[in-house]
Write a protein that binds this ligand. Structure first.
Ligand SMILES: [Zn+2]
Ligand SMILES: [Zn+2]
Length: 229
């Protein structure tokens, strides 16, 4: 039997705005509830653990309930809050780009750290894109495949270019339904055509142009918002 939703995506860290009772801060993080595996998964951790934990708790989720954390890339505004998360939850599985595995193991020697190079399923219907970028900076995005076979892409900063992740996503699903997160310097806006939900936030430099060109699809991403797919 199909359930009414596959994933709930809760915004727990962003720079731009917040619903009453939630806090903003520089960085990005989403808390994903996978209704297919009944698991809470964190994607990125913002800069500060106290802000992150405040926002997670505000959604009535405890850090101890989170099973896995995926770090898109090793910048402080995405990996900074991990310290406090790990302090509370030593059992959490940490997935990082393979390039950064050594540095995470050094910081978290007792933790379960996995380095990702190729695309892999990290939880039921949730995939890492695999690491992209250069030897100086590697990054992974998250691909969520709903029961209807729609794809949701969650992006940290998209330093290797958002189009890289969109192209990879198209190999998985004919329909990319949503892209949420930081788009950084992304400017090939035609890549967003046909995507129903464009949730550009955090470091997206062309946010105004994206909103103007896709007024129907553009969504204001605020901390405290949540979306069902
Ligand atoms: Zn970054
Ligand atoms: Zn960033």
């Amino acid at each position: 039997m199909k359930s009414d939703f596959s994933f709930e995506i809760k915004i727990v860290y962003d720079d731009i705005c917040a619903q009453p009772g939630f806090l903003t801060g520089f960085g990005f993080s989403t808390l994903i509830y996978n209704n297919l595996s009944k698991t809470h998964i964190l994607f990125d951790t913002g800069t500060k653990g106290d802000i992150l934990i405040h926002n997670i708790n505000k959604f009535n989720v405890k850090v101890s309930e989170i099973k896995k954390v995926i770090i898109s890339h090793n910048h402080y505004d995405h990996a900074g809050g991990l310290k406090e998360i790990y302090q509370i939850n030593h059992d959490i599985e940490i997935y990082v780009p393979l390039r950064d595995m050594k540095s995470f193991i050094k910081t978290y020697p007792e933790a379960q750290v996995q380095g990702i190079s190729e695309m892999v399923e990290v939880d039921k219907n949730i995939f890492s894109s695999g690491q992209f970028g250069s030897r100086f900076l590697a990054e992974q995005s998250l691909f969520l495949k709903t029961e209807k076979n729609d794809l949701i892409i969650i992006s940290g900063c998209a330093h290797p270019g958002l189009e890289t992740f969109i192209l990879k996503g198209r190999l998985m699903s004919k329909k990319i339904k949503a892209v949420i997160g930081g788009f950084h310097g992304f400017s090939n806006l035609t890549f967003l055509e046909g995507i129903e939900f464009v949730g550009a936030c955090h470091c997206t430099q062309k946010i105004k142009e994206i909103r103007q060109r896709f007024p129907e699809q553009f969504k204001d991403i605020c901390v405290g918002n949540s979306y069902l797919f």
